[in-house]
Design a binder for this molecule. Structure first.
Ligand code: SF4
Ligand code: FES
Length: 359
């Protein structure tokens, strides 16, 4: 067992946006009893003692936490690299200045599209102008800026314009993240999954942009795993290098694991070190002993770890099965049928999207 390298601190699931691709849990109300400032301080100390080097402050919208500056200051004082993952709603100049003084290292701002009307429609609230202004502030205050755009059927055709926007705001990195179908996104999968033709077109644009921008902006783009032959090595392996702490203090190997039928482990009841080492939620799929065939005898098992446990559970009802994305999985038909439907024509282009509630 290695030590975790990264902590995803999900400070709150409250959010002013209502994106239909949100990976937050369906049961948002179950996370209302949020850890207080002192509890987060303790989590950060325990994370540092466990070997964590990077702390991603996320949500929901972490700016809704009034104590965000104190939490950042604590992480910074402990020597952690801090990354704020934000919609930027609430990222005012004075707030930004306080976060800068507290030692925040990096800011990742999400935007839903390059066009104001489309971005606001996907976000479910007028937010485009504030995001652009926030990106300007990030650069002015001297932070490295990552622009994150979740791609799906409704915006992937505009990937060239999205890249132009990222260039225009001076992003150091743009993350074109194809939707992962967890939480709310899984409810909207049929309306969000792009077609093969859309993906092929986007890939041509991304390849050209990577060459053109190679000295100025890092362009990160990952194909949606539904279209891959092999699954993604999710989280670098279950409870191998990353851990997540949810707003109410549950500790998980990844944010989507809250949906799995595993016993809860909470920082309110135990130390992070004991949970990391021994809690069933961490040990259930660590390593390769749990693997069924075809993974057990596959020579890729140490490369992709059998894929994503949360996706296996969501699609088959059994987290211990091979990720159905893998073409060798006996359940691959579940993914193949979704892909077929996405390629069947334009009938789903206007399918209604279920917005995530603000809570
Ligand atoms: Fe990976 Fe399992 Fe598929 Fe082999 S069978 S490629 S280990 S998911
Ligand atoms: Fe949980 Fe992949 S998201 S293991």
């Amino acid at each position: 067992m290695d030590n975790p390298f990264g902590l995803l601190a999900e400070l709150t699931y409250r959010c002013p946006l209502a994106c239909p691709y949100c990976s937050n849990p369906i049961n948002l109300a179950g996370y209302a009893d949020e850890l207080d400032t002192d509890e987060w301080r303790r989590v950060l100390v325990e994370a540092r003692d466990l070997g964590v080097l990077q702390c991603h402050l996320s949500g929901g919208e972490p700016l809704l936490r009034r104590d965000l500056v104190e939490i950042v200051a604590q992480a910074h004082d402990l020597g952690l690299y801090t990354n704020l993952v934000t919609s930027a709603v609430g990222f005012s100049r004075p707030r930004a200045a306080h976060l800068r003084a507290a030692g925040l290292d990096h800011v990742q701002v999400s935007i839903q599209a390059d066009e104001p009307a489309l971005s606001d429609a996907i976000a479910g609230t007028p937010s485009y102008d504030r995001k652009i202004e926030a990106m300007r502030v990030v650069k002015e205050l001297g932070w490295p800026l990552t622009v994150n755009v979740v791609l799906h059927r409704r915006n992937i055709d505009r990937v060239a314009e999205v890249l132009a926007l990222a260039e225009q705001v001076g992003a150091d990195r743009v993350e074109l993240a194809n939707t992962q179908y967890y939480g709310w996104a899984s409810r909207n999968r049929a309306a969000l999954l792009p077609s093969r033709a859309q993906l092929d077109a986007a890939e041509v644009v991304v390849r050209a942009a990577r060459t053109r921008l190679r000295d100025r902006m890092d362009v990160s783009y990952v194909m949606p795993d539904y279209y891959s032959r092999y699954p993604k090595p999710c989280m670098g392996g279950w409870a191998a290098r990353q851990l997540t702490v949810t707003p109410n203090g549950d500790v998980l190997p990844c944010p989507a694991a809250q949906s799995l039928p595993l016993p809860r482990a909470s920082v309110r009841a135990d130390s992070l070190a004991r949970i990391w080492a021994d809690a069933p939620v961490m040990t259930a799929f660590r390593g390769t002993d749990w693997m069924p065939e075809p993974c057990r005898s596959c020579d890729r098992r140490e490369l992709d770890f059998g894929g994503c446990r949360c996706q296996a559970f969501q699609l088959t009802g059994d987290a211990a099965r091979t990720d159905p994305v893998c073409h060798l999985s006996p359940d691959h038909g579940l993914v193949a049928r979704a892909v077929e439907a996405a390629n069947a024509g334009a009938a789903i282009d206007d399918a209604p999207l279920v917005p995530r509630p603000h809570r």
